[in-house]
Write a protein that binds this ligand. Structure first.
Ligand code: URA
Length: 434
């Protein structure tokens, strides 16, 4: 078999068989197929697409390029959640301890932020001492003894994805539904997940800008899970505006802690309860959604979810003094408000602009190796549909650099649009794909 023939076949819109896909992915992972051929192939896939069967074969080939975790002897059912990435999305920090408090063990390997979208590991590292680099053995031991792990992906899991993703990032081939679906699902399958709740974001602050594309991605990921013998549900959720109020690492940890104490922003609390509900049903802890929802609400109300979060932080080496007293978490030196320039109803609170502004402040990174500033970020005080009056506070900017603060204040004025007529609030969810 030759790599060039596989590229030509995809260029000519023909369907690749499993052997061809495995040959290509293994060859690329092992360095036998060079970057330029993989780039040409990825572009052919982006332009000509793949069938669900091809995408499933691709997913499994990527998953099998490294270690495959088997959690069947560790937990009764291995559940996982995955968000396709957004702005202010700190859901994992609340949902993981919440479902663990309901008796459902969950071991999660998360990622870092890239571009305008934040990452769970960066958020957790705002807590001094918290380790995100557990070995596979530590992951398994902690899942067995504590039923709760939140760490980074080990280098041995789906290594072909790491290589391919870096290549896609610089060859204009990220925005391909089969390539995104196989990238996400290969990592979930390799990490041993048997039941997965997928949170597919749609809107200006997401990879998928339209509902149609988000639905296609969600349906494809659910069908890959089914063909690979796993259970999955995909929620399609809004990312036109940020989730909750906090955007930026330590600010988001504080908001997660407030939520675990029962004082979170209403949209974020609701989002977490819905995701937790689906996890509990999929993980077999509840007979139906109403029972699962009641369990989740109770675990949030009675403090059990908070206790599980505290144990998680302690177990992974974090200093709990910082979460017991969140005002000790990293704090910015410059704090300034952005106020409404006119009265009206908000019709846009642009998640993309807010995410990019947060990166400019230092909360995110433009390149994988960039350092980040955990203290900086933005608090979003008003949402789409809210009536605001001129001079009312819209955002609070937390910065550590005067020049960047000025630029952030300027950019954030462009993140809002006003209407003289009432505007409907945005829904939290658009659809559920089962
Ligand atoms: N997240 C991933 O893990 N892979 C993609 O291709 C896009 C988003």
């Amino acid at each position: 078999m030759r790599a060039v023939d596989i590229i030509i076949k995809k260029r000519d819109r023909l369907e690749l068989n499993r052997e061809e896909i495995e040959f290509f992915i293994n060859g690329y992972a092992q360095g036998d197929i060079p970057d330029y051929q993989a780039a040409a192939w990825a572009m052919a896939v982006l332009l000509n697409g793949m069938t669900p069967r091809e995408t499933t074969d691709l997913t499994l080939a990527i998953a099998h390029s490294g270690e495959m975790l088997d959690l069947s002897g560790v937990v009764p059912i291995a559940v996982d959640k995955h968000s396709t990435g957004g702005v202010g999305d700190k859901t994992t920090l609340v949902v993981e301890p919440l479902v663990a408090a309901c008796g459902l063990p969950v071991g999660k390997m998360s990622g870092r932020g890239l571009g305008f979208s934040g990452g769970t590991l960066d958020k957790m590292e705002s807590i001094p001492g918290y380790r995100t680099n557990l070995s596979t053995q530590e992951f398994l031991d902690q899942l067995r003894t504590h039923g709760l792990v939140l760490t980074g992906q080990t280098g041995e899991l789906a290594p072909a994805d790491g290589k391919l993703y870096a290549l896609r990032d610089v060859t204009g081939t990220v925005q391909s539904i089969p390539l995104i679906a196989s990238s996400v699902m290969s990592k979930k399958i390799a990490s041993g997940a048997q039941a997965i709740v997928l949170d597919v974001k749609v809107g200006v602050g997401a990879f998928m800008p339209t509902l149609e594309e988000a639905r296609q991605l969600a349906e494809l990921m659910v069908s890959i899970a089914r063909m690979a013998g796993r259970k999955a549900v995909a929620l399609i959720s809004d990312m036109d505006q940020p989730l909750g109020q906090a955007v930026g690492n330590a600010l988001e940890v504080k908001e997660a802690i407030e939520t675990l104490h029962g004082n979170g922003p209403q949209d974020f609390v609701e989002h977490c309860l819905v995701v937790a509900t689906h996890l509990l049903v999929l993980g077999g802890k509840a007979d139906g959604e109403s029972q699962a929802r009641a369990m989740a609400e109770k675990a949030l109300r009675n403090g059990n979810a908070w206790e599980r979060f505290r144990t998680l932080v302690q177990t992974q080496g974090g200093d709990v003094a910082y979460i017991d007293h969140p005002d000790r978490l990293p704090k910015a030196t410059l704090i300034e408000a952005v106020t409404a320039q006119r009265s009206g109803y908000l019709k846009m609170v642009d998640a993309r602009i807010i995410g990019e502004t947060s990166v400019l402040l230092g909360a995110g990174r433009a390149k994988k190796e960039d350092a980040i500033d955990h203290a900086v970020g933005i608090l979003v005080h008003s949402k789409v549909g809210d009536r605001v009056v001129a001079g009312q506070m819209l955002f609070t900017v937390h910065a550590n650099n005067e020049g960047r603060l000025r630029e952030a204040l300027r950019l954030l004025h462009g993140a809002v649009q006003y209407s003289d007529r009432p505007v409907e609030p945005l829904p939290l969810f658009y659809d559920v794909i089962r």
